[in-house]
Write a new protein. Structure first.
Length: 254
């Protein structure tokens, strides 16, 4: 390499570092503005979020300053209701960027969780309704739902003391019911679910540092609506919801 080539490479490297620093600075600035944090506190928050989700701070900064979460319209559908054709498109876009945007932009926890439930319906292939269950002091409650039908099914599960949302929250395990009509589970509420058009359910545990148990509940009007790709995207979304809950409790917004 000649001296001239080395100088060009050094200049390009310096330019990239400056651009990366500006990207991180923009993300810190958004966090400072939305939450009234100091620069140091906002920087620590981003570092903790990045570590929690095994991402670099720079990657997280890109997500915060852009929106890359795919919509359900990005997918084609097979006759059985499963998404096909464009799933490879989600490989580098499933970082739940829009929920992170909401985390930064929405200081009220209730508004944030409501927006997260709506985002699940909009973004997760096969999901027609969504809700979030939180168990505090042994008592379950639906803290957000995209539709009253989701909240109704949650309430039926609470009344009977069993169901995917309760099991996921209590055991920290994913619970999938591909077809309510043919499941071997004893679910006294499944006829009521069928009556309002719900035929499959997927419950994803939400992990947070707060002293609660929680689950993201997904419902579909189609049987067999939960391919591995949808479950993976839902689990990632649940991770970010957990971060939002943790942040809100730490800032006394709950």
């Amino acid at each position: 390499m000649s001296i001239g080539e080395e100088t060009v490479d050094e200049n390009e490297s310096r330019t990239r570092r400056i651009q990366d620093d500006r990207m991180i600075g923009a993300a810190v600035g958004i966090t400072m503005t939305r939450y009234g944090m100091s620069y140091a506190d906002a920087s620590v928050l981003l570092e903790n979020l990045a570590a929690r989700h095994r991402r670099s701070v720079l990657d997280l900064a890109r997500t915060i300053t852009t929106s890359r979460w795919p919509t359900a319209e990005s997918f084609d559908w097979a006759r059985d209701g499963s998404p096909v054709g464009r799933l490879e498109h989600t490989a580098d876009e499933s970082a739940a960027g829009r929920l992170l945007d909401l985390l930064i932009e929405t200081p009220d926890l209730n508004d944030l969780l409501g927006a997260a439930a709506d985002l699940a319906v909009e973004s997760l292939p096969g999901c027609d309704y969504a809700s979030i269950t939180v168990i505090r002091d042994g008592a379950p409650a639906t803290v957000a739902s995209s539709d009253e039908r989701a909240a109704k099914i949650d309430e039926l599960q609470y009344n009977h003391g069993q169901g995917p949302c309760l099991q996921a929250a209590r055991t920290d395990q994913v619970v999938q019911v591909p077809d309510l009509s043919s499941t071997t589970w004893d679910l006294p509420w499944k006829d009521a679910a069928a009556a309002i058009g719900i035929h499959s359910a997927l419950a994803l545990p939400i992990a947070s540092d707060a002293d609660i148990a929680a689950a993201l509940n997904l419902f579909s009007t189609r049987p067999g609506a939960w391919p591995a790709s949808t479950q993976a995207m839902g689990e990632e979304l649940a991770l970010y919801i957990g971060s939002a809950i943790t942040l809100a409790y730490r800032r006394n917004l709950a």
